[in-house]
Write a protein that binds this ligand. Structure first.
Ligand code: AMP
Ligand code: MN
Ligand code: MN
Ligand code: MN
Length: 272
């Protein structure tokens, strides 16, 4: 069965509407899909039934661990559970305040109307750095979103505001309170030493984390082997997903990635 447990819609920083995203997934042969927008479940409010494709309620929470930004995916969460809903309300307030702070910093670098620009790209969705990146591209300041992150928004740059997120264990708690499965997202993207990543996995598991993404989009088979070994070592279930955001990323599509080794316990066991 083709599955994808990590992708984004216009409810956060993706460019396809939830409906367009589900259609694209179905066209690509995906049979089980989780839309995991940043800090919101709004995509699930607007979706008509799609026979042939099972939707798993998902979300990608922003949090911090040892002052570093970390993402935790929650799958099979209840949409109307109070703890998670209140948590997501808080995340929305954090994102709004953070956007103001990012905008102030960008203005100091001579960028024109960054908040208005980013808001226009975010629309109804939760605002984030990719929306600032799109504004920087549209206003001609940089040539690509990648360059926007490299120069203005990425780690250590002016727009890297990250002191605001809840702690890792809080994010895990919200997901578990909503009956969901807590998954450490894309462990390869944190640029951690192996020692630090192992410390993160140990704490994540000890506070209720149940799975890790062994595969996130396109990655080397070396990386998959490394992640699979960590998954076994920490007794976690394995999750996987494209982390698809938009069709213009031609090297990546929803449902398009290689699967982890078959001996790992798949994350869907935890809700079936
Ligand atoms: P935020 O949620 O505001 O912290 O923004 C994080 C999002 O920015 C990620 O989910 C990616 O979609 C995007 N992102 C992070 N780093 C980069 C990068 N180097 N180039 C392009 N997009 C990035
Ligand atoms: Mn994103
Ligand atoms: Mn992420
Ligand atoms: Mn993501």
């Amino acid at each position: 069965m083709k599955t994808d447990f990590h992708c984004h819609s216009t409810a956060s920083d993706g460019t396809l509407s939830p409906d367009e995203l589900v259609r694209r997934a179905a066209a690509n042969g995906v049979e089980m899909l989780a839309i995991t927008d940043h800090d919101t479940l709004a995509a699930y409010g607007a979706l008509p039934d799609r026979p042939g494709l099972t939707l798993i309620n998902g979300v990608e929470l922003s949090c911090q661990w040892r002052r570093q930004g970390i993402h935790v995916v929650g799958l099979d969460v209840a949409l109307d559970e109070a703890t998670l809903s209140e948590g997501l309300d808080g995340q929305k307030r954090v994102r709004t305040g953070r956007a103001v702070e990012i905008a102030e910093r960008l203005e100091q670098l001579g960028i024109d109307a960054p908040l208005e620009g980013a808001r226009a790209f975010a629309g109804e969705g939760t605002i984030g750095r990719p929306h600032f990146a799109r504004h920087l591209v549209a206003s001609g300041r940089v040539r690509s979103e990648r360059e926007a992150f490299r120069r203005f928004l990425g780690k250590g740059k002016a727009g890297d505001v990250r002191h605001c997120w809840p702690e890792l264990e809080t994010a895990v708690h919200w997901i578990r309170a909503a009956g969901g499965v807590a998954i450490l997202a894309h462990p390869g993207k944190y640029r951690m030493t192996r020692t630090r990543l192992r410390a993160l996995l140990a704490e994540f598991r000890d506070c209720g984390g149940q799975a890790m993404e062994v595969v996130s989009g396109r990655q080397t088979s070396d990386q998959t082997r490394t992640h699979a070994a960590l998954c076994r070592e920490f007794g976690l279930h394995a999750s996987w997903g494209s982390d698809f955001h938009c069709p213009s990323q031609t090297w990546l599509d929803v449902g398009d990635f290689s699967l982890p080794p078959p001996d790992l316990s798949p994350v869907w066991e935890l809700w079936q």
